[in-house]
Structure formats: structure tokens, C-alpha cells
Design a protein around this ligand. Structure first.
Ligand SMILES: [Zn+2]
Ligand SMILES: [Zn+2]
Length: 447
């Protein structure tokens, strides 16, 4: 039997593995907190270059010159016989020179960027400041990994106005960039409490540089989210875990020294196992399903990105168990008046399955979708994430029961209607409570 749903929580059960996941997810939040700021800065840089040209390509506007690192190879990988040709409307030569001037290390990544789009897409300009290769097909910041986004900050002088530390060889940005590398090479995906503290500190330090904080409207929000994540006050969504893992796995075009090391193999396994789970859970959403299938087949970065994008359109309801009983929970899309009898019958059937596999939370791979969505076992102190696509517009209905000392089934809630994305918990008295949105078991404010 293949292990299923709880695979990633199984792996991340050890404190030090959880630390690893927390730091990885912290980097995703940091990246998300930087993206609008980097976009805005590149957009105003683009606008200052003047009018629109889409006639020039990178190969025609950048002369083949051995001073460009990429032109040193023979035949030249960038030009390959294409000759320099000045911009017909006298825009792109100036644009090219501005990019060279703003590049801290004088060598824009010409292979990444297409000059055709410089005047129409500021992110195309940003790509000249990313690592030398592997970003050529990317069009937006959403598709870009942390290393790409943070390299723009490090390599482009424009950001020095807000983050003066960038003038130093080791600075607030290089420190955050290096966390990703350290995570990739962390033996057995373990991170100590000290490392965790240090690295969260480094993420915050970048966002809290005073001028940066003033210029980046998302910086303070990101710091608040990082604080919650570090203190375990935030539930890690599966989509964030996947995005984080995906970002840590190196791109095939810019591999780290040992790109096929044990960690990468392990992470690829986890991500595929998560995909398999989602396949079962979203069997009614063909588009999402096809995206997942493609990803499993090829495992390529662009598809992984597509997949995340689709996945980010899913929603989660968490059920946390703070009672002393083991609880059994499920969701449905029908209200209690429709199928209370069905659910109760299913609860009886699940009790048998629960006896066989439920104790350690592992559910057989061979079960049909309907069974996969059946009652899940949640031990005292544990929680379970129920994920479903946003095609579900109305309420979801939560069903929870526990078995008391007299072997009597006690229903905590029978078809409790909930807005998708809102979570509930079973309190110490065995009563169901609404959780404050975005938290696991903080009670919602009473009206
Ligand atoms: Zn060349
Ligand atoms: Zn031009």
C-alpha cells in the first residue's frame, strides 16, 4: 500500500523538519512581500526610457562583444551570426545602456531577456538582473522563484535608494538569498531552532530597512505574517508548502553543485505525493486535474508553476481537535436536511476503516474518491486540512463526531454550514467553535 494523504505531515513531524518547512514557507512569504515593490520600481525605470519599440531583439540591440560573458563562447550563444542593428526609432540603444549602467556587476543576463518586450513588460527588463540563465520563458513575477526576485534587488542599483546596505558585498538581500541555498543542503531537511531564529531574523531585517519599509506597502504585512509563522500561530497551507518546496528545488538550468542530491530527490517525492492526494480530492475539477497530471508526468518548473497557480485557487477548511477525544470529521456539499441519514451510515462504515488504517492517519490509496473524502481521523491536539476547488461557491458542510467512554457516537456537528476557507475547532468541552479566519484554533470574535 502506498502511503497517502498524511505523507508530508509524516515527514515534517519532527521538530527540526517542521523548522525546515517553516523557513521555506517564510521565504515564499518574503518573496511575495517583495514582488510588488520590485515590479513597481522596474515599471518606473521602464517608463523613464521613453516611447514604445517592439522591433529590436536582444541579439540585434546588444553588440556581440567579448565583454558580455555570454559572447565568449564560440559560436556565440546569444548572437549566433546575428549582427548589431541600431534601434529604428532610437529607443532601445538608450534602454540597453541604462540597463548596463544600473547593473551593479556590469553584466546583464542578456540570454534571459527579450528586448522586443522591454517597452511593454517591465518584468522583461527585470530579467536582465536575474541569474545568467533559466528565466527566458518567464513573463511575470509570479512565475519567478525567490532567487530570481532577490537577484534583481542585489544586481540592480535602483534599489540602493531604499536599501543602502546593498552597496556592501554581504548585505540584507544576499543573506536572505543564501537561506534558500542552505535549506537545499540542510542534512535530512533539518533546521535547528537557532538557525530558524537567525533566518527569520534575516528575512525581517530586509523588510524592516526603514526606507524599504516606507517604499514597500507590503513589507509590514509580510513581517507580521512571518512573526505568526515563526511562533506557530499560522497554519501552513498545502499550497504554500508546495510552493516553498518547489522554490527550493533548483531549476534544471541553474543547478546547485549537487543538484541530484538526496534532499532534492526527497522533495520531489513529497511534492508528487501531494499531487496524488490533490488528484483524489479534486476529481470533479478536470482543469485542475489535468494540470496535476501534466506536472506528475514532466515535473518541469513551468508546469509546476501552472500547477501552483491552479492550486492557489483551491480553498481549505481546517478542523482542529482540542478535545481529549479522537474525532472523526468530513465535509460535504449538501446540507443536513438532504443527507443526514447517509452521513450517519457512512460514519458507521468509516469506523471500520478507521479501525484498520485510521489510527496513524494513513488512508489506503486504493479507496475511491468518495471514500477518500469520508470521515478522517483527527487525534487529540492534531488538525486536518480539507481542500477543495473554488468551483464550490456555496457553503461547505462539516460533520464531526467522537466516540465517548461508553462507545456511543456523539455528534459534535451534523452538517454545520461554513464559508469555504473558514476553519473550526473542537474545544476542550467537545463543542465545535468557529476559528478566527486565518488561524487554527483561535476563537472567532463573538458578535
Ligand atoms: Zn555575442
Ligand atoms: Zn528598438
Amino acid at each position: 500500500m502506498m502511503a497517502s494523504s498524511e505523507d508530508y505531515t509524516e515527514l515534517f513531524k519532527l521538530k527540526e523538519n517542521q523548522n525546515w518547512l517553516k523557513v521555506s514557507v517564510g521565504l515564499i512569504f518574503t518573496k511575495d512581500g517583495l514582488k510588488p515593490y520590485v515590479e513597481k520600481t522596474m515599471e518606473s525605470f521602464k517608463r523613464r526610457q521613453g516611447s514604445n519599440c517592439s522591433a529590436c531583439s536582444t541579439a540585434t540591440i546588444v553588440p556581440c562583444n567579448k565583454r558580455n560573458k555570454i559572447c565568449r563562447s564560440r559560436p556565440c550563444k546569444l548572437h549566433n551570426g546575428v549582427k548589431y542593428c541600431p534601434c529604428p526609432i532610437n529607443v532601445c540603444d538608450g534602454f540597453r545602456d541604462s540597463i548596463i549602467r544600473q547593473h551593479r556587476f556590469g553584466g546583464p543576463s542578456w540570454l534571459n531577456t527579450n528586448a522586443c518586450d522591454w517597452c511593454s513588460n517591465a518584468w522583461e527588463v527585470a530579467k536582465a538582473f536575474m541569474p545568467p540563465d533559466g528565466y527566458d520563458t518567464i513573463k511575470t513575477s509570479d512565475e519567478t522563484d525567490l532567487n530570481g526576485v532577490i537577484s534583481v534587488l542585489i544586481n540592480c542599483r535602483l534599489f540602493e535608494n531604499d536599501i543602502p546596505d546593498l552597496a556592501n558585498p554581504i548585505n540584507v538581500c544576499t543573506k536572505v538569498r543564501d537561506i534558500g541555498k542552505k535549506l537545499r543542503h540542510a542534512p535530512k531537511l533539518k533546521v535547528t531552532d537557532d538557525q530558524l531564529k537567525q533566518w527569520f531574523g534575516q528575512m525581517r531585517a530586509l523588510l524592516l530597512v526603514p526606507n524599504h519599509l516606507a517604499a514597500n506597502t507590503k513589507a509590514q504585512d509580510t513581517v507580521n505574517t512571518l512573526n505568526k509563522l515563526e511562533l506557530d500561530q499560522l497554519q501552513i497551507e498545502r499550497k504554500d508548502a508546495m510552493a516553498a518546496i518547489n522554490d527550493v528545488i533548483p531549476h534544471p538550468k541553474h543547478p546547485d553543485n549537487e543538484d541530484l542530491d538526496e534532499n532534492v530527490i526527497m522533495l520531489n517525492k513529497i511534492i508528487k505525493s501531494l499531487c496524488n492526494d490533490i488528484l483524489q480530492e479534486v476529481s470533479e475539477n478536470k482543469k485542475l486535474q489535468n494540470g496535476v497530471v501534466d506536472f506528475i508526468k514532466t515535473g518541469s518548473k513551468p508546469l509546476a508553476w501552472l500547477f501552483q497557480k491552479l492550486l492557489s485557487k483551491s480553498m481549505t477548511t481546517h478542523v482542529t481537535n482540542r478535545s481529549k477525544y479522537t474525532i472523526y470529521a468530513k465535509y460535504s456539499f449538501n446540507g443536513p436536511e438532504v443527507n443526514i441519514a447517509n452521513q450517519k451510515a457512512e460514519a458507521s462504515a468509516t469506523a471500520v476503516v478507521g479501525g484498520a488504517y485510521g489510527a496513524n492517519g494513513i488512508i489506503g490509496r486504493g479507496l475511491e474518491y468518495s471514500a477518500a473524502a469520508a470521515f478522517r481521523t483527527i487525534a487529540p491536539g492534531a488538525h486536518m486540512a480539507f481542500e477543495y476547488p473554488t468551483t464550490i461557491k456555496d457553503a461547505v458542510y462539516i460533520w464531526i463526531y467522537y466516540v465517548d467512554e461508553n462507545s456511543e457516537k456523539q455528534w459534535v456537528c451534523e452538517g454545520l454550514p461554513k464559508r469555504p476557507d473558514y476553519s473550526v475547532f473542537v474545544d476542550q468541552d467537545g463543542k465545535v467553535q468557529n476559528a478566527k479566519h486565518g488561524t487554527l484554533s483561535e476563537p472567532a470574535d463573538k458578535k
